[in-house]
Ligand binder design. Structure first.
Ligand SMILES: CC(C)(COP(=O)(O)OP(=O)(O)OC[C@H]1O[C@@H](n2cnc3c(N)ncnc32)[C@H](O)[C@@H]1OP(=O)(O)O)[C@@H](O)C(=O)NCCC(=O)NCCS
Length: 219
């Protein structure tokens, strides 16, 4: 997770073959993300004019402390937004902007990206502006994104990585029902330091059990 949402982003070439084009538009979400809404928030596709609010909410040192460094300019966020659209068209990544009820600006991101062709194993990452920490916005959005990942995309396993030192990130993952699988030693370079990360997972079957109020079966 720590490398999402702002991990290194090599340019993805446009599909060249007919099969590639057909593959790229095989699922509806690849043509445009479905809006996921509740009375407290809307999760929607990013737009170029979201860049200034993303810089204001997600560009602070406090928010970025344990994740890959976010862009430092509006133009940098605009490039990031364009990249998310290309990745979605290619069926590689879905990136949602979080808009709280009563606002018209994005204050956070949830990203789900494929770790292998076909999206069987995927990774998710999230970030919210610190004004919204501890408000319940995370949990509400996370549940909708999990539903999208398992029921719309069809992922079977969703991983997340959180720096061991990231108390809020690990607490948030535990709260949403993720299972801690182990520690990836010195797996994330941040600010010239190599950090240990906790590897978390949620399986599609965990998700379905959770919806019936039951805990995941680990072994
Ligand atoms: C990760 C993030 C989206 C979670 O949103 P949030 O609103 O802070 O999350 P919540 O408050 O709902 O949940 C965090 C939980 O961790 C707990 N927590 C906070 N600090 C903690 C600490 N140092 N150690 C252990 N648990 C801690 C909180 O008490 C809370 O649990 P509770 O609701 O049962 O009390 C937000 O903190 C964020 O954007 N952080 C910066 C980006 C980031 O680190 N993203 C990577 C996550 S892997």
């Amino acid at each position: 997770m720590e490398k999402t949402p702002f991990h290194a982003k090599p340019e993805r070439p446009a599909p060249t073959s007919a099969a590639g084009v057909a593959g790229a538009i095989a699922a509806d979400w690849r043509r445009g993300l479905p809006v996921l809404a509740s009375e407290k928030f809307t999760l929607r596709e990013l737009r170029p004019d979201d860049a200034p609010s993303m810089l204001a909410y997600l560009g602070t040192a406090e928010v970025a402390r344990f994740i890959s460094p976010p862009p430092t300019t509006v133009q940098g966020f605009e490039r990031f937004i364009t990249w998310t659209h290309r990745e979605r068209e290619a069926g590689a990544c879905a990136c949602y902007g979080v808009v709280p009820a009563g606002c018209d600006h994005v204050v956070g991101l949830f990203q789900v990206r494929a770790l292998e062709t076909g999206f069987v194993t995927a990774e998710w990452g999230f970030v919210l502006g610190s004004d919204y920490w501890g408000t319940g916005l995370f949990l509400g959005c996370a549940r909708r994104v999990l539903e999208f990942a398992f029921e719309t995309i069809g992922a079977l396993r969703l991983e997340a990585r959180a720096a061991v030192m990231n108390g809020r990130g690990n607490g948030a993952l535990r709260k949403v029902g993720a299972v801690q699988e182990g520690v990836l030693r010195r797996s994330f370079k941040r600010g010239g330091q190599f950090l240990d990360q906790v590897l978390w997972s949620i399986l599609a079957e965990d998700w379905h059990l959770q919806r019936r109020g039951r805990p995941p079966v680990v072994h």
